[in-house]
Design a protein around this ligand. Structure first.
Ligand code: FAD
Ligand code: UDP
Length: 387
């Protein structure tokens, strides 16, 4: 392998791909990407299955953002399929819109009651507001308490127990706050200005981003076999490396989990290939009061692919994370204790200014795609400016 790279990027998800492209193009650097898996695009990887259905191997990914520069940046590498994501919850067979909104209210209460509750909700919080379930539960008013209790019991409790193994009030409020009660009739899951799917998929988008003469990629390459940190210096294939390493993998792993494993929640995906045109009414149906899986995704409904007589669905089962060889670390479990452990690993990195962290794993954060693209662009700006 060549040794004259200016920068080495570990991981080829959105974090790694954006930084690599920017350093290669704007920074005019020779960049090497090391990716452990045998494909690019990280957890956003998509691929056609045996029936030609474009599936997301690591969970359904819908792009949405209010960040203009992120949308403009990604639009350099893809056109978009105009898709607004809608989700329904299967509550004892009744399909109701999630986030819980004024349409949902009208479906679960009789007309008179729904109208009076709507009036009270709007008087209290304002039309169009987004009210986190935990905030709604703090209300003194008996009617508002009753709505909160309904939403808590029918949308949040069981789903959150499955997803996290904990009750909504036991996890970081930011997590349930992602799906607030919405005081409008907008049935979309996201209210962002820009939303959609890359027209040909995420993998072609990332492929396009990486197609630059200054970028080399090695797949099936675990960074730990190539890079070593020792006494303030970075070594690449046993030789002193003076460039930068941008590391987007799990921080604990790089240090052999010397302080213990950073806690994550993992997932098991079950794919089913069905000989029908359509399986369910929306791309995603959440199972909020029953089943062991949290949701079923039907991919064709998200991508707009037209395939007759075949569809692919995926059931999502949350599972504990015990070991990176056995499970994939999907969701950082954000709490004070875990953040303290993360801080201890950060202390180890301080000695190596050329070893730079970015990404949902390296930052131990719950990032959406747009947030990680924004983070990677900002980091690249700084690295190029500092040269
Ligand atoms: P990743 O995509 O995880 O990339 C990290 C890469 O590093 C991986 O390819 C990994 O193999 C590689 N790596 C790790 N260790 C090493 C090593 N030692 N050596 C070499 N390579 C290594 N966001 C949205 O905006 N919309 C959604 O609908 C959405 N849905 C989601 C659904 C699920 C189930 C999950 C878990 C997340 C979802 N997200 C969604 C978030 C989105 O997946 C992330 O924001 C995004 O993938 C983060 O990119 P990343 O590059 O930081 O991490
Ligand atoms: N949630 C829930 N019921 C739902 C949807 C979401 O209880 O029908 C809670 C659950 O705790 C979940 C969190 O809200 O982890 C955030 O949901 P989101 O859809 O943003 O999760 P992601 O898409 O990241 O898996």
């Amino acid at each position: 392998m060549r040794k004259d790279y200016n920068s080495i990027v570990v991981g080829c998800g959105f974090a790694g791909a954006v930084v690599a492209r920017e350093l290669a193009e704007r920074g005019e650097e020779k960049v090497l990407i090391l990716e452990k898996r045998n494909h690019i695009a990280g957890n956003c990887y998509d691929v056609c299955d045996k029936d030609g259905v474009l599936i997301h191997k690591y969970g359904p990914h819908i792009f949405h953002t209010n960040i203009e520069r992120v949308y403009q940046y990604l639009s350099r590498f893809t056109e978009w399929y105009d898709y607004s994501h809608e989700v329904v919850a299967n509550v004892n067979g009744q399909m109701i819109p999630v986030p819980f909104n004024l349409n949902t209210l009208g479906m679960v209460y009789d007309k008179e009651m729904a109208e009076s509750l709507e009036k009270k909700l709007i008087e209290t919080f304002g039309e169009g507001s987004r009210v986190p379930i935990l905030k709604l539960m703090e209300q003194e008013d008996e009617d508002l308490k009753a709505v909160a209790e309904y939403v808590y019991q029918h949308i949040f409790l069981r789903y959150t127990m499955k997803q996290w193994g904990q009750k909504p009030e036991e996890i970081s409020p930011e997590v349930t706050g992602r799906v607030p009660v919405l005081l409008s009739r907008d049935n979309r899951y996201f209210q962002d200005t820009y939303q959609g799917m890359p027209l040909h998929g995420y993998t072609p988008l990332v492929q396009e981003m990486l197609s630059h003469p200054n970028i080399d990629i090695v797949l099936g390459a675990d960074a730990k076999d190539y890079l070593k940190l020792e006494n303030g210096d970075i070594y690449f294939q046993e030789e002193l490396f003076k460039g930068k390493v941008i590391y987007t993998g799990p921080l604990d792993e790089f240090f052999n989990c010397c302080y213990g494993r950073l806690p994550y929640r993992s997932l098991r995906f079950e794919f089913e290939h069905l000989p029908v045109d359509s399986y369910q009414e929306k791309a995603v149906v959440n199972y909020t009061v029953s089943e062991d899986y949290t949701r079923i995704t039907e991919f064709k409904k998200m991508t707009g692919q037209e395939i007759k007589g075949a569809t692919t669905i995926m059931k999502e089962y949350p599972i504990p994370y015990t070991d990176s060889e056995k499970e994939i670390p999907y969701y950082a479990i954000i709490n004070d204790e875990n953040l303290k452990l993360y801080q201890r690993y950060l202390e180890l990195v301080k000695e190596y200014p050329g070893f730079i962290l970015a990404g949902r794993l390296a930052d131990y954060k719950y990032y959406n795609i747009d947030a990680i693209v924004d983070r990677a662009l900002t980091l690249a700006d700084k690295l190029i400016l500092d040269k």
